[in-house]
Structure formats: C-alpha cells, structure tokens
Design a protein around this ligand. Structure first.
Ligand SMILES: Cc1cc2nc3c(=O)[nH]c(=O)nc-3n(C[C@H](O)[C@H](O)[C@H](O)COP(=O)(O)O)c2cc1C
Length: 381
C-alpha cells in the first residue's frame, strides 16, 4: 500500500494499521468502554444534509478563517495529541511542518514528544499548547510561564480528562508508558520490525513538556500514575479563572459540552471553547460535539469563539460544522493515521486531500467564503 493510493481517512487508517505494531495502532484507533461515542462522532454528521445553492459565481474560493485571534488559511487545525513520536519517529516535527505548509494551527500536547520551544522556533504557524491542571500550583505557573516565554499563541486547558478514560484495547495489549506489554502485545511488536528499527535508531523517546518538571521520561512515573497522582481532580472554576488571568492572552477550554459550562467559560474570560469528547476516549455515552454545537453557538457564539472536534473525516463534515456556527474544526485521528503512514509526507497529503475537498465542496455548495455558510444550508433528518 502506497501513500499515492491514500485518498481518504480510511486509506490512511489502513496504511497506519499495516505499519504500526498492534498495541500502538489500537492506542490511536481505540476509545473508551464500548466505543459508542467514538462511533457516533462520525455518524452524527450523517444525520445532517447539505442543501446547496447554484449559480453563485464561485471561481475564487477563500477558505481562510480567523479564530482566537489567529488567521488560518484553512478552517481545520491539528488538534493536540500525545506521544506522536511513537506513531512516526518524526512525530510533532512532521505535524508542525505539514501544518505550517498549509498555513494552519497545530496543537502540542503536555504529553508531546518534541519540545514546544523547538516547534515554536521551527514554524511561523500558530501553535496551541495543551495543558493539564496539576495539584502543584507552582508547577502550573512554571509551565504556563515556559509556554509564554516560548511564544505559544493559544493556551488550551483540557477539561474532560479529570481522570483517565477506560480504554479496554490498551488493557488487552498492555499499552502503557513505559511499556508493559502482554505476551500478545510483544508478538505484535516483533512482527513490525521496521517500526522497531526506526524507534531504536532515532533520538530517545522523551516527554519534554514534562521531563523538566516531573521525572517521567526515564520511566520513573507512568502516564497513568501521572494522571492519578499529579493532576488535580479538585480543579474548579475559580482555579481556572486564576489561570486565565495569569495567562492574559488567548485561552480556551477543550472538552466543554454543556451550555451552562460554555456560559461560565465566557464569564471567567476565556476567548474560546472547543466542544469535544476527546475522540470518544473519555466518557463513553457522551454526546457528539456536532450534535451539541447549535445550542452552544446559540448561547455564547456572539461572545466567544466556538470550535469543535471529533469524528471529522471529510470536507463536508467541516462545512456542516462551520454552517452551524463553529469558527474552526479540529482534526485528531485524521492526521494521526497519516503521520503513522508516512510522517510529514503523509500529513501533507492528508491536509492536501482535506483542502481539495473543502474547496470542491464549497464550490458545489455555491459559497466562495466561509462567512457565506449558514444554517440555511443544512437540514436534519
Ligand atoms: C492518540 C490520541 C492522543 C490524544 N492525546 C490528547 C492529548 O494529549 N491531549 C488532549 O487534549 N487531547 C488528546 N487527544 C484528543 C484530540 O485532541 C481530539 O480531541 C480528538 O482526537 C478528536 O477526535 P478524532 O480523533 O475523532 O478527530 C488525543 C486523541 C488521540 C486519538
């Protein structure tokens, strides 16, 4: 299977499945409990139909958007995801470079495998830093200061991961960091020797966002212990309000779902919210962000930038979310499978496919700018 043959999400997923050891593929592909929410994320777009207009003069297409003060050449961005150098040895370097080439934003996770400073220096494109809230307030301040000094454009506090989701595929394979593979999991690594060779012949695996503050990379603390021992389940609105004041810049909450919470986010001075269920990896049975979008946009869309992610595989999914009022749309597995398939080249091809789809679909919808999309273009079944 070749990159040239990857024309859509499913092709990249298949190529990633062939390249990656089973436990790593399943870490990306899997979700919480029965994976119901994960499946619904994409299905929710299929309950909504597009109603095109014709004869609107659509020779020049402008798909740029401005979100949280950042101008993006296309209305999708690469959502922050953990452990990217496990998926391809270039990891975040490949994703950052591809995002920059397409003039869009990319996220760097707290559990990222390349330092936010290196990425900030390497690419002019806007960068989100995804942050978790620690019990140690001093640590929170130090990490925010570090991101500020590096020139990070948007701070995103993930609020849907107050405890780890129940990922049963990972329990079956023994996927943890550091690795504690089951016998079956080890066999899966043994039959993918090229991945193993790349892993061993490239720079040592690290978690540079955390290594300076927490002894993790050496394996002293597993990621699951990091979640249970270091993060603060007592985090509340007052804590976050203090963070927002301290950051004093573009600050969004990732994982807001209810109208009440969206209103609180406005009150404490956030400039954005990302409707998300973490790709179905946290609370199974929770609603799809797309299904929840209209009521949140109606409540707060005139005061805060509303974004969404989850299940996005097609340009038409993006146009549906933008028509409902999202300012931009996050991609997760869409670019991760492409990263695993062929590093930077893979992500570039995936973003090129998405760009071509959005452009074609805008023409077919009869719009030449994103601002022309509206709910008049949609009908729900
Ligand atoms: C492998 C993987 C790792 C992720 N790591 C993080 C993370 O470290 N922080 C975070 O806020 N979200 C993380 N996410 C969630 C994504 O940012 C995003 O919300 C989700 O992937 C969107 O759903 P989709 O994969 O269906 O597009 C991760 C998702 C995946 C698939």
């Amino acid at each position: 299977m070749r990159l040239r043959g990857c024309n859509n999400f499913h092709d990249f997923r298949e190529m990633a499945r062939r390249r990656l050891p089973g436990p790593i593929f399943n870490y990306i592909d899997g979700a919480a409990d029965d994976e119901v929410t994960h499946r619904r994320n994409t299905e929710s777009f299929e309950r909504c139909d597009l109603v095109p207009n014709i004869l609107r003069g659509v020779s020049a297409i402008d798909m740029s958007v401005t979100v949280m003060g950042q101008r993006l050449a296309m209305p999708v961005y690469c959502s922050p995801t953990a452990l990217q150098r496990l998926f391809h040895h270039d990891g975040e370097r490949a994703v950052g470079a591809a995002a920059a080439k397409f003039g869009t934003m990319f996220g760097v996770s707290s559990l990222g495998t390349v330092s936010l400073e290196e990425l900030r220096k390497a690419h002019p494109t806007p960068q989100i830093y995804q942050f978790y809230f620690h019990k140690d307030r001093g640590l929170n301040r130090a990490m925010m200061q570090r991101a500020k000094s590096a020139g990070v454009n948007v701070m995103a506090l993930t609020v849907d991961s107050i405890t780890g989701g129940n990922r049963e595929r990972d329990l079956r394979t023994g996927f943890t960091i550091p690795f504690r593979l089951t016998l079956g999991g080890m066999v899966q690594f043994a039959i993918k020797p090229i991945w193993g060779l790349n892993y061993l012949t490239h720079e040592r695996f690290r978690l540079p966002q955390l290594d300076d503050h927490v002894d993790m990379g050496g394996g002293a603390l597993s990621i699951s212990r990091y979640f249970t021992e270091m993060l603060d389940p007592a985090m509340n609105w007052d804590d976050v309000a203090a963070m927002v004041r301290e950051w004093d810049g573009q600050f969004c909450l990732k994982g807001v779902m209810s109208v009440a919470d969206a209103r609180r986010a406005v009150e404490i001075g956030c400039t954005g919210i990302i409707l998300s269920n973490h790709g179905g990896r946290q609370l199974d049975g929770s609603r799809a962000a797309f299904d929840q979008l209209a009521e949140v946009v109606d409540a707060v869309g005139d005061r805060i930038d509303v974004m969404m992610d989850g299940g996005v595989q097609r340009g038409t999914h993006v146009l549906k979310a933008l028509s409902l009022g999202a300012k931009a749309v996050g991609l997760g597995r869409y670019y991760l499978y492409a990263l695993a398939a062929d590093g930077q080249r893979g992500v570039e091809r995936a973003l090129a496919n998405m760009q071509a789809e959005i452009e074609r679909d805008m023409r077919l919808m009869g719009v030449s700018a994103i601002s022309q999309l509206s709910r008049d273009n949609l009908r729900f079944r």
